[in-house]
Structure formats: C-alpha cells, structure tokens
Design a protein around this ligand. Structure first.
Ligand code: NAD
Length: 350
C-alpha cells in the first residue's frame, strides 16, 4: 500500500522556502515549540518568540512560518543585516509559562548556536528574556540592555507611519482632529494611543480586556467600540495592534477608514487582500515596514548604543513608507506588492 502523502510542511502554502524549521518537545516541562528560520541571506535569523494557546498544531506552524517569512522582509526593508526567523511556544502564557519551561526553551535556542536570535513577542515579557538570557547569549530585549521593552519604539515607528500615510492619502500634515481606531491596547497599542493623543488625534479603541479600554477612556478621553467590529469604525485611520489576519474578504468590504496603519504582524489574511484594499481605495501601510521599530531598537542595543541614532532609524520608517506609497500610486499596484518587491530587490542584490 502506498503511504499517505504528508503535505503539512514543505508543501504548505506558508512554507515559502524556509531554510530550517525546528520542532521542539521537552517532555519534563511539557514544552512544545516551533522555531522557524526563513532566510539568512542578510545575516542570522532574528525574530521574537510568541506564546499562544493555538487550537491546533497546524495553526501554530502556520503562524510561525508566516511570521518568520515576514521577519525576512522586515529586516530587508529596515536595512538591517539580519535574516528572518520566529518561534512559537504552544500554550497559555498566563497558565502554562513556568521558569522551567522557559529555561528548557532557551536551551533549544542555544543549540542553534546564534543562527537564531530571539526576543519578546505576544505572551512574553522582559523578565522572561532575562531568565532565558541566563541560558543562552542569543536573547535580546533583556532589562540589562539599553533598550529593554521594544514596544515604545515600535509604537513610535507606527506613529511616524501614520503621519506619512495621512500626508499621502489626505494631503495634510499633523494629526490634530484625525480620527483613529486602535484595535488592541497592549504594549504597542497603548503606547501608540499616548503618542496620538499628544498629537491631538481623536481615539476610538477596542480590546478584549475591558481594563485596558477603561484606561484609554480615562487617560486619552477615548471612546470604545466592540472588539469584533472594530474594523467598521467610522474613522480616518484603522490601526490593527492586536493579532494578525484581521484584514480579509469579510472585513475589508465593511471598513470605513481610508488608511490602515498599525503594528500587528501578518495583517493581511492572504496575499490578495492587499489588492482588495487598493480596490477600495484604502491606503495600506505594509505591516512589516511600519512595525519595524522594535527590531531596529534591538539591533541598536550594543555597547556603542546611541539613543539618537536608534531614534533616527525608527523615524526613517515614515520615509520608507512614503516611498512605497508613491511607487504604488505610480505603478498602480497594491502597497503590499511594492513592499515585497523592494525587499526582494535588496535580498537579490545581497
Ligand atoms: P500585547 O500582547 O501586549 O497586546 C495585544 C493586545 O491585543 C492585548 O491587549 C489583547 O488583549 C488585545 N487583543 C487580542 N485579541 C484582540 C481582539 N480580537 N480585539 C481587540 N484586542 C485584542 O502585544 P504587543 O506587543 O502590543 O503587540 C501587538 C501586535 O504588534 C502583535 O501582532 C505583535 O506581533 C505586533 N508587533 C509587536 C512589536 C513589539 O515591539 N511589541 C513589534 C512588532 C510587531
């Protein structure tokens, strides 16, 4: 009898020529993790580790592969000499994250000998990085560095990206009176809310954590919208800062914003969704370009650290986005396609 075909990894649509995918299992701690290394043309693969209670292993693998692929493009567009990688730990960070589990995970990162460098992502904290850094040197974003939590730098990049999008789409400088809906008030979303509020923007917010929404109401005079319909908010800018996949064939036709610019990774559920946004004349700031502030800050976190140099590179995200918007308008194609092309041009010339 012919063995059944196994199409879960190499032939999955998310695989996209990954160099290496490591499946980690540590029986003693219950650890199940996937480390995906997409491309190391430009340097060692860098990408955060996410802890999330995926419903299926296939969903965890898909997330790791898509995020890792995005990191290759993110580093290429940010001009960094880094490749793309990402890891996911399957589990609920609030219940399953133990020091033993993190220590075991870090030992597997160590076995990759610097081919994969990691830091925080959803479900992980600076304290977790501190613990893992005791096991392996290939950890970034610890409290002993100059940078610590990268989220405020990610938020600054998104803020500058929103400014660039508003200039291109609405022909105006400054964000005073601009209506922005932030979906997800976590580390990045809340820091972004603070920057936008200080710039005079009017905020509508959504989160599944009522406490975060309450905080935004009190601190920024924000109004709120239910999390499942946040994409329908009647605003100028929709800023997805929760999880990915929120822009798709169901949500895009319901959107009323003319700009999408937020920090979430993998915002487009599928590649064609970039074109769907363009067809509706919604300007999309490609996720891996606008959210590169965190990885830029981590790369700057060396002995010769300069805050000004780091900030300069984060702020440049706005200029890169303006270039993408102009090229997309000229060539009449989706901004997501132009960003991919620009990243691939850099990879090809490396
Ligand atoms: P976080 O875990 O601190 O925040 C996520 C927030 O989204 C939480 O408040 C959560 O309650 C909320 N949320 C979850 N599901 C939601 C839903 N359906 N509707 C509304 N809110 C929902 O994560 P973060 O570090 O702020 O990152 C946010 C996004 O930005 C993620 O996609 C992450 O991968 C991406 N990102 C983060 C950084 C960084 O520096 N932290 C860098 C690049 C990209």
């Amino acid at each position: 009898m012919k063995p059944a075909a196994v199409n879960v990894v190499f032939q999955s649509e998310s695989f996209r020529d990954h160099e290496q995918v490591v499946f980690v299992r540590d029986k003693a701690t219950g650890l199940r993790a996937i480390i995906a290394i997409h491309d190391s043309t430009l340097g060692p693969a860098m990408g955060g580790t996410r802890m999330w209670p995926y419903e299926t292993e296939a969903a965890a693998l898909r997330d790791a592969l898509r995020l890792s692929h995005g990191m290759t493009y993110k580093s290429a567009m940010a001009g960094l000499d880094l490749g793309g990688g990402k890891a996911v730990i399957i589990g609920d960070a609030r219940k399953d994250k133990t020091p033993e589990l993190l220590t075991a995970y870090a030992s597997y990162v160590d076995r990759l000998c610097g081919h994969f460098i990691t830091g925080e992502d959803v479900g992980m904290t600076v304290a977790d990085m501190d613990l893992m850094a005791k096991v392996t040197p290939h950890i970034r974003g610890t409290s002993s560095g100059h940078v610590g939590d990268p989220s405020p730098h990610t938020a600054l990049g998104v803020f500058r990206g929103i400014e660039a999008a508003v200039r291109h789409k609405l022909g105006r400088n400054g964000l005073g009176g601009l209506k922005v809906c932030i979906q997800g008030l976590g580390n990045v979303g809340m820091a972004l809310a603070e920057l936008l509020h200080a710039a005079g923007a009017v905020l509508v917010v959504a989160d599944i954590r009522e406490g975060a929404v309450e905080q935004a109401r009190e601190r920024f005079g924000a109004t709120s919208i239910a999390a499942d319909v946040a994409h329908t908010a009647e605003v100028d800018v929709f800023a997805p800062c929760a999880l990915g996949g929120g822009l798709n064939g169901r949500t895009i036709p319901e959107m009323r914003a003319s700009i999408v610019a937020g920090s979430a990774n993998n915002q487009l559920e599928s590649e064609g969704d970039g074109e769907l946004l363009r067809a509706r004349q919604i300007l999309y700031a490609p996720d891996y370009v606008i959210n590169a502030g965190g990885v830029i800050s981590i790369v700057h976190d060396t002995d010769g650290f300069s805050f000004e140099a780091m900030r300069g590179d984060v702020v440049r995200i706005g200029e890169t986005l303006s270039e993408i918007f102009e090229r997309a308008s000229r060539e009449g194609v989706a901004t997501s396609i132009i960003a991919d092309r620009m990243a691939e041009e850099r990879l090809a010339s490396a």
